[in-house]
Design a protein around this ligand. Sequence first.
Ligand code: NAD
Length: 296
Amino acid sequence: MNIAFIGLGNMGGKMAQNLLKSGLTVYGFDLSEVAIQHFTEAGGIVCDSPQAAAQHADVVISMLPAAKHVKEVYLGENGVLSVLKAGSLCIDSSTIDPQTIKDIAEVGAEKGIKICDAPVSGGTIGAQAGTLTFMVGSDDAVFEQAKTVLQHMGKNIVHCGDVGAGQIAKICNNLILGISMAAVAEGMALGAKLGIDPQALAGVVNSSSGRCWSSEVCNPWPDISANAPAGRGYTDGFATQLMLKDLGLAIEAAGQVKQPILLGGLVQQMYQQLCLQGNAHLDFSSIIQQYLPPQA
Ligand code: NAD
Protein backbone atom coordinates (compact mmCIF):
# COMPACT_ATOMS: atom_id res chain seq x y z
CA MET A 1 0.00 0.00 0.00
CA ASN A 2 1.39 3.44 -0.96
CA ILE A 3 0.61 6.39 1.29
CA ALA A 4 0.80 10.13 0.66
CA PHE A 5 1.31 12.09 3.90
CA ILE A 6 0.64 15.84 3.76
CA GLY A 7 1.69 17.92 6.78
CA LEU A 8 4.77 16.49 8.47
CA GLY A 9 4.94 18.79 11.52
CA ASN A 10 5.04 17.95 15.25
CA MET A 11 2.30 15.35 14.92
CA GLY A 12 2.36 14.34 11.24
CA GLY A 13 6.12 13.82 11.14
CA LYS A 14 5.96 11.28 13.97
CA MET A 15 2.88 9.56 12.56
CA ALA A 16 4.57 9.19 9.16
CA GLN A 17 7.63 7.70 10.88
CA ASN A 18 5.45 4.97 12.39
CA LEU A 19 4.05 4.12 8.95
CA LEU A 20 7.61 3.87 7.63
CA LYS A 21 8.62 1.66 10.58
CA SER A 22 5.75 -0.67 9.62
CA GLY A 23 7.35 -1.08 6.19
CA LEU A 24 4.86 1.03 4.22
CA THR A 25 5.99 3.30 1.37
CA VAL A 26 5.27 6.92 2.26
CA TYR A 27 5.37 9.89 -0.15
CA GLY A 28 5.35 13.17 1.76
CA PHE A 29 4.87 16.90 1.32
CA ASP A 30 5.27 19.82 3.72
CA LEU A 31 6.08 23.51 3.34
CA SER A 32 8.72 23.38 6.10
CA GLU A 33 12.29 22.41 5.24
CA VAL A 34 12.93 21.10 8.75
CA ALA A 35 9.89 18.82 8.55
CA ILE A 36 11.02 17.54 5.13
CA GLN A 37 14.51 16.85 6.43
CA HIS A 38 13.25 14.71 9.35
CA PHE A 39 10.94 12.84 6.98
CA THR A 40 13.78 12.10 4.54
CA GLU A 41 16.04 10.90 7.37
CA ALA A 42 13.30 8.48 8.44
CA GLY A 43 13.14 6.97 4.93
CA GLY A 44 10.23 8.91 3.41
CA ILE A 45 10.09 9.96 -0.24
CA VAL A 46 9.76 13.74 -0.59
CA CYS A 47 7.47 15.25 -3.24
CA ASP A 48 7.15 18.89 -4.32
CA SER A 49 3.37 19.27 -4.02
CA PRO A 50 0.38 17.49 -2.44
CA GLN A 51 -0.64 16.47 -5.97
CA ALA A 52 2.77 14.91 -6.71
CA ALA A 53 2.59 12.88 -3.48
CA ALA A 54 -0.99 11.76 -4.19
CA GLN A 55 -0.16 10.60 -7.72
CA HIS A 56 1.66 7.60 -6.18
CA ALA A 57 -0.88 6.87 -3.48
CA ASP A 58 -3.79 4.57 -2.65
CA VAL A 59 -4.30 6.40 0.65
CA VAL A 60 -3.79 10.08 1.51
CA ILE A 61 -3.35 11.18 5.14
CA SER A 62 -3.30 14.87 6.11
CA MET A 63 -2.23 16.45 9.41
CA LEU A 64 -2.47 20.20 8.92
CA PRO A 65 -2.88 23.20 11.23
CA ALA A 66 -6.40 24.42 10.34
CA ALA A 67 -9.35 24.21 7.94
CA LYS A 68 -7.93 26.67 5.38
CA HIS A 69 -4.85 24.43 4.92
CA VAL A 70 -7.02 21.32 4.61
CA LYS A 71 -9.22 22.98 1.95
CA GLU A 72 -6.14 24.06 0.01
CA VAL A 73 -4.55 20.60 0.11
CA TYR A 74 -7.71 18.78 -1.04
CA LEU A 75 -9.50 21.30 -3.25
CA GLY A 76 -6.81 23.85 -4.25
CA GLU A 77 -4.92 24.25 -7.51
CA ASN A 78 -2.41 21.52 -6.57
CA GLY A 79 -5.03 19.67 -4.55
CA VAL A 80 -5.02 15.90 -4.16
CA LEU A 81 -8.62 15.34 -5.31
CA SER A 82 -7.69 16.39 -8.85
CA VAL A 83 -5.29 13.43 -9.27
CA LEU A 84 -6.54 10.60 -7.07
CA LYS A 85 -8.09 7.55 -8.71
CA ALA A 86 -11.67 6.52 -7.92
CA GLY A 87 -11.63 4.11 -4.98
CA SER A 88 -8.77 5.92 -3.21
CA LEU A 89 -9.10 6.74 0.49
CA CYS A 90 -8.33 10.09 2.17
CA ILE A 91 -8.00 10.44 5.96
CA ASP A 92 -7.82 13.94 7.45
CA SER A 93 -6.46 13.88 11.00
CA SER A 94 -6.22 17.66 11.51
CA THR A 95 -8.52 19.25 14.11
CA ILE A 96 -10.95 21.39 12.08
CA ASP A 97 -14.66 22.24 12.00
CA PRO A 98 -17.03 19.37 11.11
CA GLN A 99 -18.58 21.19 8.13
CA THR A 100 -15.32 21.59 6.18
CA ILE A 101 -14.63 17.86 6.05
CA LYS A 102 -18.27 17.18 5.09
CA ASP A 103 -17.91 19.63 2.17
CA ILE A 104 -14.66 18.00 1.03
CA ALA A 105 -16.20 14.52 1.34
CA GLU A 106 -19.05 15.62 -0.93
CA VAL A 107 -16.59 16.69 -3.65
CA GLY A 108 -14.71 13.42 -3.16
CA ALA A 109 -17.89 11.35 -3.48
CA GLU A 110 -18.58 12.88 -6.92
CA LYS A 111 -15.23 11.40 -8.04
CA GLY A 112 -15.66 8.06 -6.24
CA ILE A 113 -13.01 9.02 -3.65
CA LYS A 114 -13.68 7.99 -0.04
CA ILE A 115 -12.98 10.63 2.60
CA CYS A 116 -13.12 10.44 6.39
CA ASP A 117 -12.18 12.62 9.34
CA ALA A 118 -9.94 11.03 11.99
CA PRO A 119 -8.71 13.67 14.45
CA VAL A 120 -6.52 12.44 17.26
CA SER A 121 -5.93 12.61 20.98
CA GLY A 122 -2.63 11.69 22.63
CA GLY A 123 -0.36 14.59 21.66
CA THR A 124 3.17 14.36 20.35
CA ILE A 125 4.08 11.63 22.87
CA GLY A 126 1.25 9.43 21.59
CA ALA A 127 2.16 10.27 17.99
CA GLN A 128 5.74 9.14 18.59
CA ALA A 129 4.77 5.99 20.50
CA GLY A 130 2.06 5.02 18.00
CA THR A 131 -0.56 5.06 20.75
CA LEU A 132 -2.88 7.80 19.47
CA THR A 133 -6.66 7.62 19.79
CA PHE A 134 -8.33 8.23 16.41
CA MET A 135 -11.93 9.51 16.33
CA VAL A 136 -13.24 8.46 12.94
CA GLY A 137 -16.21 9.90 11.03
CA SER A 138 -17.26 7.73 8.06
CA ASP A 139 -19.59 4.94 6.99
CA ASP A 140 -18.87 1.39 8.23
CA ALA A 141 -17.00 0.20 5.13
CA VAL A 142 -14.67 3.23 5.02
CA PHE A 143 -14.06 2.86 8.77
CA GLU A 144 -12.91 -0.74 8.33
CA GLN A 145 -10.57 0.30 5.51
CA ALA A 146 -9.21 3.32 7.42
CA LYS A 147 -8.57 1.14 10.48
CA THR A 148 -6.06 -0.99 8.56
CA VAL A 149 -3.93 2.16 8.07
CA LEU A 150 -4.60 3.91 11.38
CA GLN A 151 -3.59 0.86 13.42
CA HIS A 152 0.05 1.59 12.49
CA MET A 153 -0.18 4.96 14.28
CA GLY A 154 -2.68 4.46 17.08
CA LYS A 155 -3.98 2.18 19.81
CA ASN A 156 -7.65 3.17 20.03
CA ILE A 157 -9.54 3.63 16.79
CA VAL A 158 -13.08 4.71 17.54
CA HIS A 159 -15.92 4.91 15.02
CA CYS A 160 -17.88 8.03 16.05
CA GLY A 161 -20.51 8.11 13.28
CA ASP A 162 -20.76 9.58 9.77
CA VAL A 163 -18.29 12.05 8.21
CA GLY A 164 -17.79 14.98 10.62
CA ALA A 165 -18.60 12.96 13.76
CA GLY A 166 -14.90 12.50 14.55
CA GLN A 167 -14.45 16.26 14.61
CA ILE A 168 -17.53 16.67 16.82
CA ALA A 169 -16.04 14.21 19.34
CA LYS A 170 -12.66 15.95 19.22
CA ILE A 171 -13.93 19.50 19.76
CA CYS A 172 -16.27 18.44 22.60
CA ASN A 173 -13.40 16.56 24.29
CA ASN A 174 -11.14 19.59 24.03
CA LEU A 175 -13.89 21.91 25.28
CA ILE A 176 -14.06 19.77 28.44
CA LEU A 177 -10.26 19.64 28.65
CA GLY A 178 -9.81 23.41 28.30
CA ILE A 179 -12.36 24.04 31.07
CA SER A 180 -11.02 21.31 33.38
CA MET A 181 -7.45 22.62 33.09
CA ALA A 182 -8.61 26.11 34.12
CA ALA A 183 -10.58 24.59 37.02
CA VAL A 184 -7.55 22.67 38.31
CA ALA A 185 -5.34 25.77 37.93
CA GLU A 186 -7.85 27.83 39.92
CA GLY A 187 -8.05 25.25 42.71
CA MET A 188 -4.28 24.69 42.92
CA ALA A 189 -3.56 28.43 43.02
CA LEU A 190 -6.19 29.06 45.70
CA GLY A 191 -4.89 26.18 47.84
CA ALA A 192 -1.32 27.49 47.63
CA LYS A 193 -2.43 31.01 48.54
CA LEU A 194 -4.36 29.68 51.53
CA GLY A 195 -1.24 27.89 52.70
CA ILE A 196 -1.60 24.18 51.89
CA ASP A 197 1.38 22.34 50.37
CA PRO A 198 0.50 21.91 46.63
CA GLN A 199 1.76 18.30 46.74
CA ALA A 200 -0.63 17.52 49.61
CA LEU A 201 -3.52 19.27 47.83
CA ALA A 202 -2.88 17.38 44.58
CA GLY A 203 -2.68 14.12 46.55
CA VAL A 204 -6.14 14.78 48.01
CA VAL A 205 -7.70 15.91 44.72
CA ASN A 206 -6.30 12.91 42.85
CA SER A 207 -7.89 10.52 45.30
CA SER A 208 -11.12 12.54 45.56
CA SER A 209 -13.94 13.76 43.36
CA GLY A 210 -11.93 16.63 41.80
CA ARG A 211 -9.66 14.14 40.03
CA CYS A 212 -9.35 14.45 36.24
CA TRP A 213 -6.64 14.22 33.52
CA SER A 214 -5.66 17.83 34.17
CA SER A 215 -5.14 17.22 37.90
CA GLU A 216 -3.51 13.82 37.60
CA VAL A 217 -1.52 13.50 34.38
CA CYS A 218 -0.87 17.14 33.46
CA ASN A 219 -1.19 19.11 36.71
CA PRO A 220 -0.47 22.81 36.01
CA TRP A 221 1.45 23.20 39.29
CA PRO A 222 5.14 22.33 38.69
CA ASP A 223 6.46 18.90 39.66
CA ILE A 224 3.16 17.31 40.67
CA SER A 225 2.64 15.08 37.60
CA ALA A 226 5.71 13.21 36.34
CA ASN A 227 6.89 14.48 32.92
CA ALA A 228 4.18 17.15 32.71
CA PRO A 229 5.03 20.40 30.83
CA ALA A 230 4.69 22.36 34.12
CA GLY A 231 7.95 20.76 35.27
CA ARG A 232 9.88 22.07 32.25
CA GLY A 233 8.67 25.64 31.96
CA TYR A 234 5.47 24.62 30.12
CA THR A 235 7.42 23.65 26.96
CA ASP A 236 6.88 20.63 24.66
CA GLY A 237 3.19 20.20 25.27
CA PHE A 238 -0.14 21.12 23.70
CA ALA A 239 0.31 24.75 22.67
CA THR A 240 -2.09 27.33 24.15
CA GLN A 241 -2.75 28.66 20.62
CA LEU A 242 -4.00 25.19 19.55
CA MET A 243 -6.30 24.99 22.59
CA LEU A 244 -7.55 28.47 21.70
CA LYS A 245 -8.24 27.27 18.14
CA ASP A 246 -10.15 24.21 19.40
CA LEU A 247 -12.28 26.28 21.79
CA GLY A 248 -13.05 28.59 18.86
CA LEU A 249 -14.22 25.55 16.86
CA ALA A 250 -16.50 24.45 19.72
CA ILE A 251 -17.97 27.95 20.08
CA GLU A 252 -18.48 28.28 16.31
CA ALA A 253 -20.18 24.86 16.13
CA ALA A 254 -22.35 25.72 19.16
CA GLY A 255 -23.40 28.97 17.47
CA GLN A 256 -24.58 27.05 14.40
CA VAL A 257 -27.01 24.99 16.51
CA LYS A 258 -27.77 27.80 19.01
CA GLN A 259 -26.38 25.83 21.98
CA PRO A 260 -25.01 27.85 24.94
CA ILE A 261 -21.27 27.50 25.67
CA LEU A 262 -20.94 29.35 28.96
CA LEU A 263 -17.75 28.08 30.60
CA GLY A 264 -16.10 27.51 27.20
CA GLY A 265 -16.58 31.17 26.31
CA LEU A 266 -15.03 32.26 29.60
CA VAL A 267 -11.93 30.05 29.35
CA GLN A 268 -11.50 30.96 25.68
CA GLN A 269 -10.95 34.55 26.84
CA MET A 270 -8.42 33.35 29.43
CA TYR A 271 -6.41 31.40 26.83
CA GLN A 272 -6.71 34.40 24.49
CA GLN A 273 -5.19 36.63 27.15
CA LEU A 274 -2.40 34.10 27.75
CA CYS A 275 -1.55 34.23 24.02
CA LEU A 276 -1.57 38.03 24.09
CA GLN A 277 0.96 37.89 26.94
CA GLY A 278 3.38 36.07 24.62
CA ASN A 279 2.63 32.52 25.81
CA ALA A 280 0.91 31.17 22.68
CA HIS A 281 3.52 28.44 22.23
CA LEU A 282 3.57 27.33 25.88
CA ASP A 283 1.55 24.34 27.02
CA PHE A 284 -2.06 25.26 27.82
CA SER A 285 -1.53 24.27 31.49
CA SER A 286 0.38 27.57 31.75
CA ILE A 287 -3.10 29.05 32.24
CA ILE A 288 -2.21 28.79 35.95
CA GLN A 289 -0.12 31.93 35.40
CA GLN A 290 -3.40 33.87 35.23
CA TYR A 291 -3.82 33.08 38.93
CA LEU A 292 -0.28 33.71 40.18
CA PRO A 293 1.57 36.97 40.84
CA PRO A 294 3.74 38.06 37.86
CA GLN A 295 7.28 36.66 38.05
CA ALA A 296 10.02 39.19 38.83
P1 NAD B 1 2.42 21.71 13.23
O1 NAD B 1 2.27 23.17 12.98
O2 NAD B 1 3.60 21.22 13.99
O3 NAD B 1 2.40 20.90 11.83
C1 NAD B 1 1.60 21.25 10.73
C2 NAD B 1 2.45 21.11 9.48
O4 NAD B 1 1.64 21.39 8.34
C3 NAD B 1 3.64 22.08 9.44
O5 NAD B 1 4.84 21.36 9.27
C4 NAD B 1 3.34 22.98 8.22
O6 NAD B 1 4.50 23.37 7.52
C5 NAD B 1 2.46 22.05 7.40
N1 NAD B 1 1.64 22.74 6.42
C6 NAD B 1 0.90 23.86 6.57
N2 NAD B 1 0.24 24.15 5.42
C7 NAD B 1 0.58 23.18 4.55
C8 NAD B 1 0.25 22.91 3.20
N3 NAD B 1 -0.58 23.71 2.52
N4 NAD B 1 0.78 21.82 2.61
C9 NAD B 1 1.62 21.00 3.29
N5 NAD B 1 1.99 21.21 4.57
C10 NAD B 1 1.47 22.28 5.18
O7 NAD B 1 1.06 21.26 13.95
P2 NAD B 1 0.79 19.90 14.76
O8 NAD B 1 1.07 20.10 16.20
O9 NAD B 1 1.42 18.78 14.01
O10 NAD B 1 -0.81 19.82 14.62
C11 NAD B 1 -1.45 19.42 13.41
C12 NAD B 1 -2.93 19.24 13.70
O11 NAD B 1 -3.10 18.27 14.73
C13 NAD B 1 -3.62 20.53 14.18
O12 NAD B 1 -4.89 20.59 13.58
C14 NAD B 1 -3.72 20.32 15.69
O13 NAD B 1 -4.80 21.02 16.27
C15 NAD B 1 -3.89 18.81 15.78
N6 NAD B 1 -3.45 18.20 17.06
C16 NAD B 1 -2.25 18.56 17.60
C17 NAD B 1 -1.85 17.98 18.80
C18 NAD B 1 -0.52 18.35 19.44
O14 NAD B 1 -0.29 17.94 20.60
N7 NAD B 1 0.37 19.05 18.76
C19 NAD B 1 -2.67 17.02 19.43
C20 NAD B 1 -3.87 16.66 18.82
C21 NAD B 1 -4.26 17.27 17.62
